[in-house]
Write a new protein. Structure first.
Lengths: 411, 102
């Protein structure tokens, strides 16, 4: 009998899983993937758009280009999941029955969560760079901006790619320096965290870099509201910070599909087992990528590592075997620091980022937690790897799914 | 580290948070609150009880979910425990230091 796997979302994780599964499963399995968009965006590229490094056409390709033959791509919005009926219903009314469901609907910004964020100032002097529209509007603003106070802000954690706001600050510093106007731009970084990043060791290093680059850090800042006219942001403790240009990372939320289906947490993330990637909603529902509530970074590299575990667990589930607790929270992120250099961090559920070499113990060529040109090359090469290997479900060269401990300087 | 608070001896971690919630009582809470410059009122107690219950249920605590709890809104939470409300309130409630998220 023919059976059905339905994948919700054809972004990084969904596209990757459609490729993995089509290769692994026989013709007895129908694979359907659903997305509301026609374009696949290379989201890590958004970071570079405001500084004119990438143009929109560098980072946008048609979704269908990466969906393999033998997978049924359906375009349109998903309205609801009915776990009890093993059924998905689309906004158009179309229905899909499934034997196995994979949720890969990602996360998106929710600027409406913060009082005063939306308004006539939105994308005029208050910007996000987590969407192509935001990043493009900001590129236009920066082109002939004469300087003033640039405030970079994270509204609340968790956000996808938690290092991106810092990278933005570093790139802005280098950008205005190259334009010969760094002395006309004051840069501040207002974050709800107690320092630059979520992990203590990396924070120490990053706090130092911020200082070196003359970027003021405003820690423990939890935005309550934005006054677009007065150009100020105010936090719950009553602190006020004024800006000329505000670059904010609004609250990130999962798809409201979860809320409609009654299966999400308060940020619409789907409760998921952090080691097996099976959802806690029902045994035939799995989740991957930014859509889950697991305590790992929301990043493309994480989705890649999860993909290999999820593939194995779906095959085990199909053959009635026990699932493998295979995911260790592994994340691997380059951090652009400007001027053609970058840092690299590698961490998982139990180990925070440390110094050392990667991927070959003692050799590198990449350096962990240390600025280098080689790391920057790695970051720029990630675009090619993303389009050609990551979303098509190829194993990345030299990189293991589980984090390696050799060559790293743990305490 | 052992610390004597009133009639109770408690184990306190290096981070200043109680190691075992079972050693917590109202007197201990009042004392820790005082160190934080806070005098506990009925409003405070309600929040502390909520935090302890969530902790016992293994629900990760964030400022957002406290704000949506119906016990107190975010603004009120800041008013009761100024500056770092979740960090301070967790310490007074005798539960572990909130883990900063990923
Ligand atoms: C500025 C920025 C920089 C980043 N930098 C890096 C980096 O350097 N390295 C790194 O590894 N990662 C980086 N990331 C993170 C990375 O892009 C994401 O973690 C990754 O794309 C997540 O993949 P996903 O499949 O979970 O979600 P997505 O790729 O976002 O896909 C979700 C898909 O689901 C669809 N969808 C959602 N809801 C519905 C619905 N109701 N109906 C129909 N379709 C729906 C969406 O249209 C979307 O196509 C960055 C992200 C940003 C924003």
């Amino acid at each position: 009998m023919i059976k059905n796997i339905v994948i919700l979302g054809a972004g990084t994780a969904g596209t990757m899983m459609s490729n993995h599964l089509r290769r692994a499963l026989s013709e007895d399995w129908n694979i359907t993937i659903i997305d509301q968009r026609t374009e696949h965006h290379y989201q890590p590229g958004y970071l570079f758009v405001p500084f004119g490094v990438y143009e929109p056409e560098d980072i946008v390709k048609p979704i269908e280009k990466f969906i393999p033959d033998g997978v049924n791509l359906v375009l349109g919005a998903i309205e609801r999941i009915y776990p009890d009926k093993d059924k998905v219903v689309m906004a158009s009314g179309k229905e899909f029955d499934y034997d196995i469901l994979i949720v890969a609907t990602g996360t998106d910004i929710a600027p409406e969560e913060t009082e005063g964020m939306m308004g006539p100032h939105w994308h005029k002097d208050v910007f996000d760079f987590y969407t192509l529209e935001g990043a493009t509007a900001l590129a236009k603003k920066f082109k002939d901006w004469e300087g003033g106070k640039l405030v970079i802000n994270i509204v609340e954690m968790p956000i996808k790619c938690p290092v991106a706001p810092l990278e933005f600050a570093f790139l802005a510093d280098a950008f205005f320096e190259q334009k010969g106007m760094r002395d006309k731009v004051e840069i501040a970084f207002a974050t709800p965290m107690s320092g630059a990043f979520t992990k203590p060791k990396a924070t120490e290093k990053l706090d130092y870099l911020l200082k070196e680059k003359n970027i003021e850090i405003i820690p423990d800042f939890n935005v309550m509201s934005i006054d677009g006219e007065a150009k100020t942001i105010t936090d719950y403790a009553g602190k006020e910070v004024s800006y000329d240009v505000l670059v904010t990372v609004p609250t990130n939320k999962g798809s409201d599909l979860m809320e409609r289906s009654g299966i999400g947490d308060e940020l619409n993330y789907i409760p998921t087992d952090r080691a097996t990637l099976q959802s806690k909603v029902k045994e035939n529902i799995f989740a991957i990528g930014d859509a889950t509530n697991i305590p790992a970074s929301k990043a493309g590299s994480v989705a890649h590592f999860e993909g290999e575990v999820l593939l194995e667990n779906i095959l085990r589930y199909i053959s009635g075997k026990e699932l493998k607790e295979g995911f260790d929270g592994h994340a691997n992120c380059f951090i652009e620091t400007g001027h053609g250099k970058a840092l690299l961090i590698d961490f998982n559920y139990t180990h925070e980022p440390v110094s050392g070499t990667f991927p070959f113990p003692g050799v590198g060529p990449l350096n962990l937690l240390k600025e280098s040109r080689m790391n920057h090359m790695g970051k720029m090469a990630f675009k090619w790897i993303y389009w050609n290997m990551l979303i098509t479900g190829r194993h990345l060269p030299f990189v293991t799914t589980k984090m390696q401990e050799a060559g790293k300087n743990f305490d | 580290m052992e610390k004597t608070i009133g009639n109770t001896t408690v184990n306190m971690g290096d981070d200043g948070y109680l190691v075992d919630l079972n050693e917590w009582n109202q007197e201990v809470a009042t004392e820790i609150a005082q160190e934080e410059g806070i005098t506990l009122t009925d409003e405070h107690w309600k929040v502390l009880e909520y935090l302890q219950n969530q902790h016992k249920k293994d629900v990760p605590l964030t400022i957002r979910n406290v704000g949506k709890s119906g016990v107190v809104d975010i603004k009120g939470f800041y008013a009761l425990f100024p500056e770092g409300p979740l960090k301070k309130a967790s310490r007074i409630a005798g539960i572990p230091k909130p883990v900063s998220c990923i």
